[in-house]
Write a protein that binds this ligand. Structure first.
Ligand SMILES: C[S@@+](CC[C@H](N)C(=O)[O-])C[C@H]1O[C@@H](n2cnc3c(N)ncnc32)[C@H](O)[C@@H]1O
Length: 200
């Protein structure tokens, strides 16, 4: 069986057996991925964090688009994380990306603790709407804390369920609709800006 087919089957099974966690039965497709990664300049040299990278549909396109960026992708399902690594290796892009089989919450906590360089982009496919109000809120808070000043958090969702939660933390958020994806999706672009004190 081809490795692309195996990867799709693994994602499909994850979607059936762990639906809440996986949030779908097929990986994102090219129009959605293109909209997700569009704000990242091709010449970007800094750090990008991808949360809920799945089998790597977006990771692969991001690594190909931004050859100088340092990309850290995390995926809670170890089978999908392994497929992601294999896909990157087959494309010769594995040297550009670190894929961790770990939860977004843990990876972000560790990054915050290390006092390391902050990412300008956090790109997420995590099914926020399936996390529950408290977990989703806590994850959004951590994303905001981790992101560098002026940085952008990019998230897709198949509804606008969490628009308010995101806007509450990132008032400077816009969303767009991508019809050419199965299922169609909304993409949020949420920019981090500190509130400026009056009179400054
Ligand atoms: C909707 S899929 C998106 C996969 C991929 N980014 C794409 O666009 O095809 C969501 C992924 O997030 C992963 N995930 C869910 N909760 C997570 C968490 N707390 N930390 C890391 N990954 C998580 C799931 O296992 C799943 O692979």
């Amino acid at each position: 069986m081809s490795s692309a087919l195996t990867t799709h089957l693994n994602f499909f099974w994850a979607g059936l057996l762990k639906h809440g966690q996986t949030g779908g039965i097929v990986p994102s497709q090219r129009f959605l991925i293109a909209r997700m990664i569009a704000p990242v300049p091709e010449a970007y040299r800094g750090k990008i964090i991808e949360l809920g990278a799945g089998a790597g549909a977006l990771t692969l396109r991001l690594a190909a688009r931004c050859p100088q960026a340092r990309i850290l992708a995390c995926e809670i399902n170890p089978i999908l994380a392994r497929d992601n690594r294999n896909t990157l290796a087959a494309a010769g892009l594995d040297g550009r990306v670190k894929v961790l089989a770990d939860s977004a919450e843990h990876v972000l906590r560790e990054l915050g603790r290390g006092g390391s360089e902050r990412p300008d982009f956090i790109i997420s496919g995590i099914p926020l709407g399936n996390l529950g109000k408290e977990k989703a809120g806590a994850l959004l808070d951590t994303i905001r804390q981790t992101l560098g000043q002026g940085g952008m958090y990019i998230q897709f969702q198949h509804s606008l369920l969490d628009r308010r939660k995101i806007k509450a933390r990132f008032p400077n958020t816009i969303s767009t609709f991508v019809a050419l994806n199965f299922p169609p999706a909304f993409v949020y672009y949420a920019q981090k800006r500190e509130a400026v004190a009056p009179g400054r």
